[in-house]
Design a protein around this ligand. Structure first.
Ligand code: PLP
Length: 596
């Protein structure tokens, strides 16, 4: 006899063997719990876990006031407003309170549960930690308000709540994961929580190498940035103030300090049995940054069911043999079926996305773009190394190309972190160029408030996705993968994922490396003029390229494939045994059989 299941009893925590910790997770377009690529990746990972029935749960913070909404005035000056939301109104809570000791006092915590539900109904529960609890110090009640807000002290308090609070929650729930995955160094203090649990109340200063090994066996770490400033570090006085003497002294004594600072990446490295970067090249760059730790690579992906336009989803559904759940939704390799679809149909399906995007541009800005004109998209967090203005290195040449190829349209979007003055300056620069260059041949628009919804519109609707980072600072990048899934080629610097995804004139184009920005801009302009525009003018050739983007890159750069690699290489690696390797004699027998 089987009992009827209610949604809330549809999972048991006992079976969740992987706990995924991330400071930000994009859970829904309407929840402001993410800032950009890291949170998107976390959300896409969990959506793939749910679709493929992976035994995971996740921990993050509630971020009651969210990441900011961006406002841009007429000259591109950015201002920010909070995005408050109320978990009380939307989510079930875990019924009990629990607490951690920090800043020499007890901080009470609770958690809200967001269920990520997969296509077969499998649930990946996400617990959002919340310090806004009656009884807490007033200042502490705001610690889970602002994602990446406040000063260093506030940030370390948040990271303490994520790491130690997350472990305290799992203990209070009786969950016993086998693997703890730190998605970026923010979560590194979970290792100290595990060490405390392992020592059962004994002082951490007594920890032996074998105690540390017991924690290491359970932990894996993904590092996400080759930019040194992207690795969080804190002063020792703050470390002692917030964590207390025993934990702080243990972090020092176990060799986790770096350049005399508490460095979250080094804590994570010290306590992990498997470490990886997020694209093949990023693995190599990270290995050079951390030469004493072996660093592997697992290339990022995106969740196809989230980023494919509805029109493409419907098209691929019709390609599946009759089944309740079309194959590509649980196994993205079936997107290879694109090669069985007429390129003209792929092109027409992309055209629906372009029409929708241009309608949204008109509504948002009053600017009317022509659907028959080549349209480039550039949208990403505005950081100086991403060089949003490389396209404007030689404005006169850009205008000349636009006139020669019968028109060019460019859409920009992206937020600068509120404290990033240089990034904010870049947005104003793009506005100034746009105002100066806009003509009948060249149209440039900067769209406000780049977020999930706008990211989907853009990657489903432009003709070419442009990315111009300074090498080797782009760890992976994922927006170009969303574009590829939707039949959109990239024009990009050979950095991050594009080193693996670029097949010249087939899935897009490489901007060639140069010593100076002028040289790189020259390559960008000549690809635009001599390769991209002529192909765009030939609809059959363009449609064939769009199909290659899906069949070659969409089938690989997705989180279903990525999560599978985490299971095989990071979470549950198979020991390499002598028995598993074919013996020379069995090889020669095989050879004989073949020869016979
Ligand atoms: C996909 C996405 C990102 C990350 O893309 P990158 O290529 O790493 O810039 C950032 N923000 C939003 C809103 C996204 O959808």
């Amino acid at each position: 006899m089987s009992l009827p299941q209610t949604p809330s009893s549809g999972f048991s925590l006992d079976s969740r063997s992987i706990a995924y910790f991330s400071m930000e997770i994009a859970l829904s377009p309407s929840l402001p719990t993410y800032s950009g690529g890291l949170g998107m990746l976390a959300g896409d990972t969990l959506r793939s876990a749910a679709d493929t029935a992976a035994p995971m749960l996740a921990i993050s913070l509630v971020h009651r006031r969210g990441y900011f909404r961006q406002h841009l005035d007429a000259v591109g000056q950015q201002t920010e407003t909070d995005v408050p939301w109320s978990p009380e109104a939307t989510l079930p809570s875990v019924s009990h309170l629990f607490s951690i000791q920090m800043q020499n006092r007890e901080v009470l915590l609770r958690a809200w549960r967001f269920d990520v539900v997969g296509v077969t109904g499998h649930i990946v529960p996400v617990f959002l930690l919340d310090a806004d609890v009656e009884g807490n110090d007033t200042w502490d009640r705001h610690l889970t308000d602002h994602l990446y807000g406040g000063d260093a002290y506030y940030r370390l308090c948040q990271e303490t709540i994520l790491g130690l609070g997350g472990i305290a929650l799992l203990q209070s729930l009786g969950a016993k994961p086998e693997v703890f995955h730190m998605n970026e160094g923010h979560a590194a203090l979970l290792t100290i929580g595990l060490l405390e649990a392992h020592l059962n109340g004994a002082p951490l200063l007594n920890a032996t190498e074998s105690d540390i090994e017991a924690v290491r066996r359970q932990c894996v770490f993904t590092t996400h940035t080759p930019v040194p400033a992207g690795h969080d570090q804190f002063g020792l006085d703050q470390m002692y103030q917030i964590l207390g003497h025993d934990r702080a002294a243990a972090i020092d004594r176990t060799g986790c300090l770096h350049n005399g600072l508490m460095n979250m990446t080094y804590i994570a490295l010290r306590f992990s049995r498997f470490v990886n970067g997020v694209a093949m090249q990023h693995g190599i760059v990270s290995q050079q940054m951390f030469p004493t730790y072996p660093v592997h690579a697992i290339t990022n992906g995106v969740h196809a069911g989230t980023w494919l336009s509805t029109a493409f989803q419907n098209l691929f559904d019709t390609q599946s043999p009759a089944a309740e759940i079309p194959g590509w939704r649980t196994d993205n390799q079936y997107l290879r079926a694109a090669y069985g679809i007429d390129p003209a149909t792929i092109s027409a399906t992309h055209r629906e996305g372009k029409t929708r995007l241009l309608a949204a541009v008109a509504t948002r800005t009053g600017q009317h773009f022509d659907p028959n004109v080549l349209t480039l998209g550039f949208a990403r967090r505005v950081a100086t190394y991403k060089r949003a203005n490389l396209l404007f290195t030689d404005p006169a040449r850009l205008v000349a190309i636009a006139e020669k190829i019968s028109g060019l349209q460019i859409l920009f979007a992206g937020k600068a972190h509120p404290a990033d003055t240089a990034g904010k300056g870049l947005i104003r620069d793009v506005f100034a160029e746009a105002a100066h260059l806009n003509s009948s041949a060249l149209k440039i628009v900067y769209l406000e408030n780049y977020d999930w919804a706008l990211g989907a519109l853009l990657t489903q609707g432009v003709d070419v996705w442009v990315n111009t980072p300074r090498r080797p600072y782009e760890a992976s990048g994922t927006s170009g993968m969303k574009a590829a899934l939707n039949g959109v080629p990239s024009l990009s610097i050979l950095d991050g994922w594009w080193i693996e995804g670029c097949a010249e004139n087939t899935t897009g184009w490489a901007i060639e490396d140069g010593e100076t920005e002028e040289v790189e801009a020259d390559s960008l302009y000549s690809k635009l003029e001599n390769s991209i525009a002529p192909m765009y003018a030939n609809p059959a050739a363009w449609a064939t390229m769009q199909r290659h983007c899906i069949a070659l890159n969409g089938t690989f750069f997705n989180t279903h494939r990525m999560l599978g690699q985490y299971f095989t290489n990071s979470y549950f690696p198979k020991p390499v045994t002598q028995d598993a390797a074919p013996s020379p004699s069995s090889l020669s027998q095989t050879a004989e059989v073949v020869l016979a």
